[in-house]
Design a protein around this ligand. Structure first.
Ligand code: C2E
Ligand code: MG
Ligand code: MG
Length: 289
């Protein structure tokens, strides 16, 4: 390289990648790092445009009673289809978080869900919230205003959050949860069992329910300690009167084990895949019949 600025730029890109992949490592510059960065920048522009055009849509996955199999509620999941195919939420949610688009995306998903859920008065609605949204001091009031504008009963809404925020910004998270609790909105701790969140954290932050992560559910019908850990976790939550939903159930053997362990609600491909609002209406009619 002839140019000192270019040298610094490359060093900087490599440094960022090294930080992203976890601290305490060195990564040398290679051309793919630039290509990857450009690809993400382009994707970010596309996402911004998609949000402006209403191209981010919402699908709904059934949540059923473990005891009766009746449809209790749905979880809203964001979807993004581009000209070159669908982009996974595992890609575009972190992208939205990094690029300041998550507040807009989150409120868009919430509004669409509130509107669609009006057709299902008997069902509860769960919506995922990014830790970044929860840490925005304006979050709680934006949500209450939207509920008001849409004329939606707050007690039908559950916000699902992952544990990350409890570590990074516990005070702001607690404030937002408390403020929304007053309006009747409920909170669920998502992906429980795949990180560090403890049962203590469930109580401390006032979670109304928890969702057991798919990784624990997968371990349920395999040899080893998986089933014991699962049972103990559910027993502890039940002892604290915290309802438990198990997610990612794919086999009837898993469903049986979770039901037996005292799980309250089931979710997964076995019960129903994420589907359009119209399909949820049909699903509700079919399971009620
Ligand atoms: P999550 O909230 O834990 O949602 C469950 C994920 O598991 C969904 O993936 C769902 O499609 C998938 N899933 C459900 N049942 C099964 C099963 O039986 N087997 C398998 N293998 N997978 C199953 P999806 O839709 O790709 O979403 C991934 C994650 O992206 C979500 O995990 C959530 O953390 C995030 N996400 C999705 N939509 C939103 C959103 O609107 N806002 C925010 N902040 N995050 C979202
Ligand atoms: Mg969720
Ligand atoms: Mg989850």
């Amino acid at each position: 390289i002839s140019d000192a600025f270019e040298l610094l730029r490359r060093a900087d890109i490599s440094l960022y990648r090294a930080k992203e992949e976890g601290k305490g490592r060195a990564i040398g510059y290679h051309a793919e790092l630039d290509e990857e960065r450009l690809r993400l920048l382009r994707l970010e522009d596309d996402l911004r445009a998609a949000l402006a055009n209403g191209d981010v849509t919402v699908v709904y996955q059934p949540l059923v009673s473990a005891a009766t199999g009746a449809l209790n509620g749905v979880e809203a999941l964001a979807r993004w289809f581009t000209a070159s195919g669908p982009v996974s939420p595992e890609v575009f949610i972190p992208l939205a978080e990094r690029s300041g688009l998550i507040d807009k995306l989150g409120m868009h998903v919430l509004q669409k869900s509130l509107q669609n859920a009006r057709a299902w008065p008997g069902l509860k609605l769960s919506v995922n919230v990014s830790p970044i949204q929860l840490c925005n001091p304006a979050f709680a009031s934006s949500v209450s205003r939207l509920l008001d504008d849409e004329g939606f009963d707050p007690s039908r809404l559950t916000l699902e959050i992952t544990e990350g925020v409890l570590m990074t910004n516990p005070d702001q998270a607690k404030r937002a949860i408390d403020e929304l609790h007053k309006t009747g909105v409920r909170f669920s701790l998502d992906d429980f069992g795949c990180g560090y969140a403890s049962i203590g954290a469930l109580r401390q932050f006032g979670f109304d329910s928890m969702k057991i992560d798919r990784s624990l559910v997968c371990a349920a019908d395999k040899e080893g300690k998986g089933q014991d850990v699962l049972r103990a976790t559910i027993a502890l939550a039940t002892a604290l009167s915290i309802p438990v939903t198990a997610e990612g159930i794919e086999t009837s053997a898993q469903a049986d084990i979770l039901r037996g362990a005292g799980c309250d609600q089931l979710q997964g491909y076995l019960v129903g895949r994420p589907m359009s609002a119209a399909d949820i209406t049909a699903f509700g009619e079919a399971t009620a019949a």
